[in-house]
Write a protein that binds this ligand. Structure first.
Ligand SMILES: Cc1cc2nc3c(=O)[nH]c(=O)nc-3n(C[C@@H](O)[C@H](O)[C@H](O)COP(=O)(O)OP(=O)(O)OC[C@H]3O[C@@H](n4cnc5c(N)ncnc54)[C@H](O)[C@@H]3O)c2cc1C
Length: 408
């Protein structure tokens, strides 16, 4: 027999727990279902040296600010798991761990949520199962010759766990540049394939660049005020690393000896072929960075030009072809992004690209909600400190649905 509950929240990451906090505040009975342990992704899906990009002073959950001794530091994945775990404890979130949701179906009264441990019937569901459930690997990976080790950021742990030899890192956003730098520092040759990317300095005019993002309101911009929302939702993560004062743009990487090449176009006859557009994507990233920094200056009333940023240096003739059979490369790391996984969702609300159809977290099926997706309601929606507004809104909308106003 099914258990009855008003609301089921799927996922006990920070988004699911924030939803639980606001549902409790409204006395809405609910259960949070989690396939692993609380903060599962931070325990299982991050490489050893990963630190948050957001400084500690910025990391907060509803009613739960960072209270540690190092406000300007950056948490390790283990510290994030502890921070989220503490939040679950202080909010007394009703989490059921080790319970995987295998299907969600519409019923007359709402939804049936099936798990390996039994079914639940509920009026409303909050999907907080994460935006990064699976790494995206391009189809051309099928052409990689046998004998080359292929890893995604979910499987990569540290340079010591790689076979000897050179490494091709595909993707130059936050994961790719951090992994490329770490592998290069371990002494291996590294080739980095660079497509569209977001260049940022770690520090700008003596402040963490994310201080500027926060203070100027860039991150607070609402989804319905953004001209090209689809593009904003696809924006790659910035080239940043959680080390005080350390910039990890392509100039820093080439300084370490990393070789940049263009976007990986295809793998044919055992060779990786790269686009000739490296110079263009780098010029575009330089231009966008300067525009963003100029916007910060304008906000602060500073008239000078954003100074001190050299254009990205690239080789005079970047390689267009890399033989994968010649022994130069023994490992490929696919840092080519992540996607959500809704294979368990038996409600027709997922588009052909695998994205949930929703309007600011209100999914295209009555009583179904989402949290933790890129630019869900604001640019900061996927960040720890961005969940508060979104979760408060979703809980209010959900509560209003449960108690519709009586029309006189
Ligand atoms: C590499 C990386 C670096 C990041 N760096 C930062 C940063 O510096 N600062 C910052 O603020 N944010 C950062 N983020 C963003 C980050 O905070 C994510 O947005 C966050 O992990 C998403 O939180 P969430 O609660 O929405 O999802 P998750 O943390 O992914 O939680 C979803 C939960 O749902 C569970 N789940 C999934 N499917 C099911 C199912 N079928 N049944 C039951 N449970 C299920 C999962 O086990 C998981 O615990 C980073 C993310 C990544 C991937």
């Amino acid at each position: 027999m099914s258990q009855r509950v008003t609301t089921v929240v799927i996922g006990a990451g920070h988004a699911g727990l924030a939803a639980s906090h606001f549902l409790s505040e409204r006395s809405i009975d609910h259960i949070v279902l989690e396939r692993g342990r609380i903060a599962n992704t931070w325990r299982r899906e991050r490489w050893d040296s990963l630190r948050l990009l957001t400084p500690n002073w910025l990391n907060r959950l509803p009613g739960h600010p960072y209270g540690g001794p190092d406000p300007d530091g950056y948490m390790t994945a283990g510290q994030v798991a502890d921070f989220i775990g503490d939040y679950a404890t202080v909010t007394a979130a009703p989490v059921r761990e080790n319970t995987t949701v295998t299907s969600v179906r519409r019923t007359d009264g709402g939804y049936q949520v099936s798990t390996g441990e039994g079914d639940l019937d509920c009026a409303t569901v909050v999907i907080a199962s994460g935006a990064c459930n699976a790494p995206v690997v391009p189809e051309c990976a099928a052409g990689v010759p046998d004998g080359i080790t292929q890893l995604t950021p979910f499987e990569y742990r540290n340079p010591g766990s790689l076979p000897d030899g050179g490494v091709l890192v595909v993707g130059a956003s936050a994961s790719g540049v951090q992994i490329a730098a770490e592998v290069r520092r371990s002494g291996r040759p590294v080739v980095l394939s660079v497509g569209e990317h977001v260049r940022l300095p770690r520090t700008y005019r003596d402040r963490d660049v994310l201080w500027w993002m926060d203070a100027t309101g860039v991150w607070a911009q609402r989804y319905d005020e953004i001209e090209d929302l689809a593009r904003a939702r696809r924006l790659p993560s910035p080239q940043l690393v959680g080390e005080p004062g350390t910039t990890i743009d392509l100039n820093a990487l080439t300084g370490l000896g990393v070789e940049p090449v263009g976007r990986l176009a295809v793998i044919r006859d055992g060779a990786a072929l790269f686009s000739g557009g490296l110079r263009n994507v780098c010029s575009l990233a330089d231009l966008k960075m300067r525009r963003l920094l100029a916007g910060f200056d304008e906000w602060a009333g500073i008239g000078d030009d954003p100074a001190g940023f050299e254009p990205t240096r690239i080789p005079a003739v970047p390689r267009l072809r890399l033989d994968l059979r010649g022994g130069e490369i023994t490992t490929i790391i696919w840092a080519t992004g992540f996607r959500p996984d809704y294979r368990w969702l038996d409600v027709p609300v997922v588009d052909e690209k695998g994205r949930l159809r929703h309007d600011g977290g209100v999914v295209d099926s009555p009583g179904l909600y989402a949290l933790g997706l890129p630019v869900l309601r604001r640019r900061r929606s996927t960040l720890l400190h961005g969940i508060e507004d979104d979760a408060r809104f979703v809980a209010r909308h959900l509560a209003e649905r449960l108690t519709p106003r009586v029309v006189a």
